[in-house]
Design a protein around this ligand. Structure first.
Ligand SMILES: [Zn+2]
Ligand SMILES: [Zn+2]
Length: 455
């Protein structure tokens, strides 16, 4: 099948724009109508952002316009292959938009209007020729522009003729100037610039969220892209929030009521002033329930308000009370019992025998009643002596040398697992019995406790 109008792509024309222009010239309304009959049933937005889709389409179109496939692919390839267009480690991996944007001046004034490929780049918000704002939705009815044949002339929702609209003219904004300058002179610096630009934009889309997922590209349904970029550089203004679809992970959409309060384990730990591993202890003791649980820590979701609630749950005081001791994750006392700070924190909070300093807004340091502290630590040690204990851990708990440990195993005081797979672990009950009966072990612990001012 040959097309009756076989226009070649114009210099700087975008691939999706070219398809829609070709459709228009040949009396088809959409790219689907143009390519459907030759077996391509894809949306134009796909051709705007995916190289393989472009190459595949070129193979089918080239014969229709009597043009070599290779020349056609070469013409558009540059829009897809540049390292700065797509970068795996960026917050927004591809800066190519799949939704159309146009300059109304270009559409109205050009003899042969077409869609420039750089209009699809996120940092480009204005037409360089006319200094006018690129629009992504109709200025009359706010409907998002679509890849349809009439995009060069009218809004396909309300029929507004672009001739009847006065476009907003302003200076090319600084972000676009910076982007275009770096594009010309320094590709390495451009990559850094884009990292920071994308990070700002992603935060701008969801200014009230606690953290921001990395995304492939700006969601196809996103409109008001100029406002999105503007807000990225002016976060103090009254903030607009874009819909979460496409900006946040699918699992978070199911919890939309609390979306602004979602936080990952690292952020949750930071809010509490503790280490991420200590959050795990709080979860295990049911003091905190993740709103989305997963064996992959990175995927777990918490509600930031649960951190506030937990902090408020701990009474405040202006100095360490009589009979109490200050404990933090660094306290040597914890090491003495091979306990984690989060474990002790959980026990102390449940027990209620705990304070925090009045001016501290987190739990990185607490005051625990000395008597309760020892019993908490002992019960933690007992809990950790359940099951089989790796040799290294036993050495840490007992604070003895490997030779001494070997001797204890030889004389039957400490017993090893019976199966070959457990023969390098100590049966916890024998360890616990030794801790509580061995004179040297008890004395060592007593002396350490004394050095901390306890007992
Ligand atoms: Zn223009
Ligand atoms: Zn309209």
């Amino acid at each position: 099948m040959k097309l009756s109008v076989r226009d070649r792509p114009l210099p700087g024309e975008s691939f999706a724009g070219y398809l829609i222009r070709l459709a228009d010239y040949n009396g088809r309304r959409t790219v689907n109508e143009l390519l459907g009959p030759i077996g391509l049933d894809e949306k134009a937005s796909l051709f705007a952002s995916h190289q393989q889709a472009m190459e595949h389409a070129c193979q089918l179109i080239a014969p229709m316009i009597n043009y070599p496939v290779e020349s056609l692919v070469n013409h558009f390839q540059e829009q897809f292959i540049n390292s700065w267009v797509f970068n795996e480690t960026r917050k927004i991996r591809s800066i190519t938009l799949s939704q159309p944007r146009i300059c109304i001046q270009c559409c109205v004034q050009a003899e042969e209007p077409f869609i420039h490929n750089h209009w699809a780049l996120l940092p480009v918000t204005h037409c360089t020729q006319h200094s006018s704002v690129l629009i992504d939705s109709c200025p009359g009815c706010n409907t998002q522009l679509e890849w349809t044949f009439d995009i060069f002339r009218t809004c396909n929702a309300c029929g507004l003729d672009w001739h009847d609209h006065t476009t907003e003219i302003s200076n090319i904004p600084f972000w676009q100037q910076e982007f275009e300058t770096l594009l010309q002179i320094n590709k390495n610096e451009l990559l850094d610039w884009l990292d920071s630009f994308c990070e700002k934009v992603i935060k701008s889309a969801r200014p009230l969220d606690q953290y921001h997922d990395a995304i492939y590209s700006i969601p196809a349904q996103t409109t008001n892209i100029l406002a999105l970029v503007k807000q990225a550089y002016d976060p103090d203004q009254k903030q607009m929030e874009w819909p979460p679809e496409g900006f946040v992970k699918a699992r978070r959409l199911k919890l939309q009521d609390t979306i602004n309060q979602h936080i990952r384990q690292d952020g949750f730990a930071l809010a509490l002033g503790i280490k991420p591993v200590d959050v795990t202890s709080l979860v295990q003791s049911n003091l905190i329930t993740p709103i989305y649980n997963s064996p992959v820590v990175r995927d777990m979701l918490f509600n930031i308000r649960d951190a506030d609630r937990l902090i408020k749950n701990v009474k405040v005081i202006d100095s360490c009370p009589e009979g109490y001791i200050e404990v933090s994750a660094e306290s040597g006392l914890l090491g003495l019992y091979d306990a984690k700070y989060g474990q002790l924190l959980s026990k102390a909070v449940v027990d209620g025998s705990v304070y925090r300093f009045v001016y501290s807004n987190n739990l990185n340091c607490i005051y625990v009643e000395k008597k309760r502290l020892v019993s908490h630590l002992e019960s933690l040690l007992e809990e950790s002596c359940a099951g089989l204990i790796p040799i290294q851990r036993a050495l840490r708990i007992l604070r003895i040398s490997r030779d001494e440990l070997t001797a204890l195993i030889k004389n039957g005081t400490l017993r090893l697992g019976r199966h070959s797979s457990t023969a390098n672990r100590i049966i916890g009950s024998s360890l616990w019995a030794f801790i509580n009966t061995s004179h040297s072990s008890l004395t060592r612990r007593q002396n350490r406790l004394k050095s901390f001012g306890i007992r």
